[in-house]
Design a protein around this ligand. Structure first.
Ligand SMILES: Cc1cc2nc3c(=O)[nH]c(=O)nc-3n(C[C@H](O)[C@H](O)[C@H](O)COP(=O)(O)OP(=O)(O)OC[C@H]3O[C@@H](n4cnc5c(N)ncnc54)[C@H](O)[C@@H]3O)c2cc1C
Length: 309
């Protein structure tokens, strides 16, 4: 830790060495050197300016559902937008949702307004900000990118609004990913739909998840992107990957694209297991599995993440 750093901006609560395992779905990860949950956009701007002035790397944490954090943790500042960007405003069939709003909560709020479009998001445990990075969606092609009208971002010190035309969304990726922009809010265009139909659709999706995913164990969702024309879970299972383990991390017996553990696995175990799974699938089918989850760590990422973008 840099003992010479001046205190955080006035009034902003700054935690030191905050364990990120507390903030990730996988329940794994060492500490963030600095961790803040600003209460409003002024505090957020002050934090960003402070971090830049002191040359600290800054990362934004959403729901923590798509990251694997190194056992050593990360240097620099991690910011949660859970409080600063937590509002939802409906205007006809347009909804403006803060980056820290959880997708399932937004899907339920939309249903209460008889607005469809977000049904697919009911079982995705991420925030709007995180969902826009990976264009979160489901297998039938529904995703958040198709709903986007505009996205408000913090670009350095400046708040800007990016129109739909200025953004691109692809399979589990978008032009926001890796851009360095902090998403503050998104305007999503929904459509009128009777509440009963929305609820039925969401119940069906939740039921399917419950039956096919290891929801009771810590996990980070799908570990690998689907290879073209196939499913990562199918090829891992066909290659005999179900049940493979490194340390306490193992490939779920329920869904082969999920890695689960009993609470005692390390990030190094997860990364080593991913590498073994990749090798097994490459040997069986000559397919290179690319991680869907993102590695958070200092220095070079583990080998399993070498092909990740
Ligand atoms: C049980 C389970 C089921 C899942 N099912 C699905 C699914 O069906 N479909 C799917 O697509 N995904 C799924 N996921 C993965 C994950 O939920 C999504 O990718 C989600 O959108 C990630 O959002 P997050 O807020 O958790 O992001 P995080 O994991 O917190 O962060 C992911 C990335 O987004 C960045 N980020 C977060 N917020 C911001 C912001 N405001 N501004 C800039 N960058 C930001 C982070 O810095 C990081 O780079 C699942 C995960 C789990 C655990």
């Amino acid at each position: 830790m840099n003992a010479n750093l001046p205190p955080a901006p006035a009034g902003v609560a700054l935690l030191r060495e905050e364990p990120l395992a507390r903030h990730t779905y996988l329940r794994i990860g060492g500490p963030a050197e600095y961790f803040a949950t600003p209460t409003d956009l002024d505090e957020l701007a002050a934090l960003v300016t402070w971090a830049r002035a002191h040359k600290l790397d800054t990362r934004v944490l959403g729901g923590g559902s798509n990251i694997v954090v190194a056992d050593e943790g990360v240097r620099g500042l991690v910011i949660s937008l859970r409080r600063a960007c937590d509002t939802t405003r409906f205007d006809g069939d347009l909804v403006r949702a803060g980056a820290g709003v959880m997708l399932p909560a937004l899907a339920r709020a939309a249903a209460e307004h008889d607005l469809g479009g977000l049904e697919f998001a009911i079982g995705i445990p991420g925030c709007i900000g995180g969902a826009l990075q990976s264009n979160a969606g489901v297998g039938d092609g529904r995703d958040i990118g198709t709903l986007v009208e505009s996205v408000d971002v913090l670009d350095g010190d400046t708040r800007r609004s990016l129109s739909r035309a200025a953004l691109t969304f692809g399979y589990r990726t978008s032009s926001l990913r890796g851009s360095g922009l902090i998403v503050l809010e998104a305007a999503l265009r929904l459509h009128e739909r009777p509440r009963a139909q929305i609820d039925a659709d969401m119940q069906r999706l939740l039921g399917a998840r419950q039956a096919s995913q290891p929801t009771a164990e810590p996990n980070a969702g799908s570990m690998f992107r689907n290879p073209p024309g196939d499913y990562a879970g199918r090829v891992i299972e066909a290659a005999g990957g179900k049940g493979m383990a490194v340390g306490a991390a193992r490939v779920s017996l329920l869904h082969a694209n999920f890695i689960v553990h009993d609470g005692s696995a390390r990030a190094a175990d997860v990364a080593a297991l991913m590498l073994e799974v990749q090798a097994r699938v490459r040997a069986a089918f000559a397919i290179d599995l690319v991680p869907e989850v993102e590695w958070w760590g200092d220095g070079s990422p583990p080998l399993a993440f070498a092909g990740a973008s």
